[in-house]
Design a protein around this ligand. Structure first.
Ligand SMILES: NC(=O)c1ccc[n+]([C@@H]2O[C@H](COP(=O)([O-])OP(=O)(O)OC[C@H]3O[C@@H](n4cnc5c(N)ncnc54)[C@H](O)[C@@H]3O)[C@@H](O)[C@H]2O)c1
Length: 335
C-alpha cells in the first residue's frame, strides 16, 4: 500500500492485517506520521518502506516483491497544502501512479487508485454520479490537487487497458475518524480541536456550502469492497449520503461533543466549492452501505482528541517518557 502512514492508509492497513494479509507500507511521510503505523511495527506481516512513489529508481526496489493487490493512496492532502505541496501532489499522482502501475503489472496485481470528489471541481450537478465529467479549472487555485487526481485516473484507466491490468478508481468524498491529528486542518478535526482549545472555529464564506461526511471505517470497508468485487476499469464514488452545510456541521459538532464556542466567519484562503454530494448507487450495488452516523463518529473523534491531548500534556510535564510509546499503552478509541 502506498500512503499507508496516512490517516486512511493506516486504518486500511489495520483492516488488511486483521484479515491475515501481508502488507508493505510505502510512504515518504510528507503528510503521514510514524505514530499512525507504530502499532503495526512488531507485526511480522507488516513492513515499512520509506519511499517517494514519484521516484522511479526507488520504486524499482518494489519490482522484486510479489503483490496480489496494490492500493495507491500516496498523495499529500489538506487544502492549505495545495499552495505548499502542489508539486508533490502532481508528481505523486502522475509519475507516482505510473511507477506503482508498473509494480502491479510486474506481479499481475489488482490496482486501486484513490481519487477524490475534487475531481468534480465545483460541481453544477447534484448528486454527482461517476458519469459526471465535472467542472474543473485546469489552472484554478485548487488545480494542483484536482488535476493531479484527474491525471492519475486517466493514467490508471489507460495503463490498465493497454497492459491488461485489473484496475479500479475510487473517488473519495470527505472522510473523518480515528487517526486524524488534532492539528489536522480538515474541517471536522479543526472544529473539534479548536473548540477543545477554546479557539474560534474558522468558517469560510457564510457557511452555506455543503459537504457529506463518511466515517473512515465505512470508507475502509468500501475500498476493500471495490478492490474485491469492483469491475475492472470502473470508477466508484464512496462518501456519506447526507448533505450538511458547514454552518449546520458546526452546530452538530457542538451538540455531539457538548463543547461550546464561536465561529469566525471569513473569506476562504484559497477558493471553495459550493457543494459535494456523491451518488453512491454504483458501489451500493456491490453490497456496500454507510453504517456509522455522523453523531457517533463525532463523539468518537472528540474522545480520541481528549485522550491524545491529555497524553501530550503528560509528556510535556515529563510524566510519561514519549508520546510514541505511550500512544500504544493508551486507550485511544480505535475502530
Ligand atoms: N481524507 C479524505 O477525506 C480524502 C478525500 C478524498 C480523497 N482522499 C485521498 O485518499 C488518500 C489518503 O488520504 P488521507 O486522508 O489518508 O491523507 P494523508 O495525508 O493522511 O495520507 C496520504 C499519505 O500519502 C503519503 N505520501 C504523500 N506523497 C507521497 C509520495 N510521493 N510517496 C509516498 N508517500 C506519499 C503521505 O505521507 C501520507 O502518509 C489520498 O490520496 C487523498 O487524496 C482523501
Amino acid at each position: 500500500m502506498a500512503g499507508g502512514a496516512g490517516f486512511i492508509g493506516s486504518n486500511l492497513i489495520r483492516a488488511l492485517l486483521s484479515k491475515g494479509m501481508i502488507v508493505d507500507c510505502v510512504d515518504d511521510l510528507t503528510t503521514g506520521r510514524q505514530s499512525n503505523i507504530a502499532e503495526f511495527r512488531r507485526n511480522p506481516a507488516f513492513r515499512f518502506i520509506k519511499l517517494d512513489v514519484a521516484n522511479a529508481q526507488g520504486c524499482s526496489r518494489l519490482l522484486r516483491r510479489h503483490y496480489s493487490q496494490v492500493y495507491h493512496l500516496a498523495c499529500p492532502t489538506g487544502v492549505p497544502n495545495i499552495e505548499i505541496l502542489g508539486e508533490e501532489m502532481l508528481l505523486s499522482s502522475s509519475t507516482g501512479t505510473y511507477n506503482l502501475l508498473k509494480v502491479a503489472r510486474r506481479s499481475g496485481a489488482q490496482f486501486l487508485f484513490t481519487s477524490t470528489a475534487e475531481a468534480y471541481g465545483d460541481p453544477e450537478i447534484f448528486p454527482q454520479a461517476e458519469s459526471y465529467a465535472g467542472n474543473v479549472d485546469p489552472v484554478g487555485p485548487r488545480s494542483a490537487y484536482e488535476e493531479a487526481k484527474r491525471f492519475g485516473e486517466a493514467m490508471t484507466r489507460y495503463y490498465g487497458r493497454k497492459h491488461g491490468l485489473d484496475v479500479r478508481i475510487v473517488r473519495i468524498f470527505n472522510t473523518y475518524g480515528p487517526g486524524m491529528s488534532p492539528n489536522d486542518q480538515r474541517v471536522i478535526p479543526q472544529m473539534i480541536g479548536n473548540l477543545i482549545n477554546g479557539e474560534p472555529v474558522p468558517i469560510y464564506g457564510d457557511g452555506s456550502q455543503t459537504r457529506t461526511f463518511l466515517h473512515v471505517n465505512d470508507l475502509v470497508a468500501g475500498l476493500q469492497t471495490v478492490m474485491e468485487r469492483g469491475t475492472n476499469g470502473e470508477v466508484y464514488n464512496i462518501g456519506g449520503s447526507k448533505q450538511i452545510t458547514i454552518k449546520a456541521l458546526f452546530d452538530a459538532v457542538k451538540k455531539a461533543t457538548g463543547l461550546s464556542g464561536t465561529a469566525a466567519f471569513q473569506d476562504h484562503f484559497i477558493s471553495d466549492h459550493r457543494g459535494r454530494w456523491p451518488d453512491t448507487s454504483k458501489v451500493e450495488k456491490l453490497g456496500w452501505r454507510q453504517k456509522i452516523s455522523l453523531d457517533q463518529g463525532l463523539r468518537e473523534i472528540h474522545a480520541e482528541f481528549l485522550s491524545t491531548m491529555e497524553l501530550r500534556r503528560r509528556v510535556e510535564k515529563g510524566v510519561v517518557a514519549s508520546l510514541g510509546k505511550s500512544r500504544n499503552q493508551s486507550t485511544l478509541a480505535r475502530p
